[in-house]
Design a protein around this ligand. Structure first.
Ligand code: F6R
Length: 344
């Protein structure tokens, strides 16, 4: 039930830090994660298969492993037919529902090629986990809102843990995960409401980031399209000058997602947008981007750079939520969408 909240979406965003805590604790106490780490570590190539928001969580995982020398291939589930795997490959399927048809079909085909399959889902006894060699779970609890919120943040938490174990680094930093998400939410909610209200009457906007900020920008753009029906695109910030900037005119909203990676370059992209009179907003989970007193920026406190993606999840979800609220659309039941997509 709504328990006094205005919508499931806001209730579930508020449940996200507890969900991240429970997910990480659950996985740390799960013998299956050791099997997953072993298989992923041994594999010649790792294919990460997912759709939508789960794909964005998969991109974060993929980037972290790629930077540590692992061969990782992120696969949009509905595009799986164009790729082949073999018995030296491991597959990681990420799906909140565990029932997404494209992801399930990809899993079955890659498994029939002899590849070892690991899944990360948010329910017990779903189809995807039942076909997997190793089934891992996020522990976000039921998510009623159609848009993925706390399940996404939990996937990111789970995948930070999994990638750290594969890389062989200390996982101590994850002790702060819950606090970082909770603080980010409370620090940003007021400002995100303001951004959401300001962009609500716009028809188009950009989300720009660098490094791990790119999948977060993609997630921000997906969420606002889905919930508030505002056209939004995400780009690696440097790519914006290769075409997208042509659309930018006075007042065009551009949200910069700053993870603290390549800050000077990102700041240059910000200045480019400001010189086109874009309406820029910066959400920083790293060093401040601010170039002048005009820049609207919020700086989140993050105890470890590896927690930046977790910190950025709530603010990006909140922008979409408040934009939808301002437009009078129901954030829990976006048109044309189903919570679980069981058709191709
Ligand atoms: C967006 C959203 C969808 C799902 C996608 C995959 O908010 O919820 O993009 O992420 O349909 O769903 P799962 O994770 O159930 O496979």
């Amino acid at each position: 039930s709504l328990e006094g909240y205005e919508s499931f979406m806001i209730k579930e965003i508020r449940e996200s830090w507890g969900a991240v805590r429970d997910t990480i604790a659950g996985l740390m106490g799960d013998v299956e994660i050791g099997k997953a780490v072993k298989a992923l570590d041994r594999a010649r190539r790792v294919f990460v298969v997912a759709a939508g928001t789960s794909f964005h969580a998969g991109l974060i995982f993929s980037l972290r492993l790629l930077r540590n020398g692992k061969t990782v291939i992120p696969v949009i589930a509905s595009e799986h037919e164009f790729l082949e795997t073999d018995e030296d490959d491991a597959i990681l399927v990420i799906s909140q529902s565990g029932e997404t048809m494209d992801s399930l079909l990809a899993l079955k085909r890659f498994k029939s090629n002899g590849s070892f399959v690991i899944s990360l889902t948010n329910t017990l006894g779903n189809s995807i986990s039942s076909y997997s060699n190793v089934a891992l779970h996020t522990r976000a609890g039921p998510e009623i809102g159609v848009a993925a919120t706390k399940t996404f943040t939990s996937q990111v938490g789970a995948l930070l843990l999994l990638s750290s174990m594969i890389i062989g680094e200390s996982i101590d930093y994850l002790k702060e995960a819950e606090t970082v998400v909770a603080n980010s939410f409370s620090k940003s909610i007021g400002y995100m409401e303001k951004i959401g209200r300001e962009v609500a009457n716009k028809s188009s906007m950009y989300y720009l980031g660098k490094g791990l900020g790119v999948p977060m920008a993609m997630e921000g753009a997906l969420k606002i399209k889905e919930i508030a029906y505002i056209h939004a695109e995400a780009y690696p910030a440097g790519e914006s000058k290769h075409g997208p900037i042509a659309l930018v005119e006075k007042g065009f909203p551009v949200i910069f997602v700053n993870t603290g990676e390549l800050v000077d370059e990102l700041r240059n992209n910000l200045k480019e947008m400001q010189s086109r009179q874009a309406r820029t907003y910066v959400i920083s989970a790293g060093p401040e981007l601010k170039s002048d007193s005009e820049t609207r920026e919020i700086v989140l406190e993050v105890s470890d750079p590896r927690l930046t993606t977790l910190a950025l999840a709530p603010p990006l979800q909140l922008i979409a939520y408040y934009a939808a609220k301002e437009r009078g659309t129901n954030p829990d039941r976006p048109r044309n969408l189903a919570k679980t997509v069981t058709v191709r």
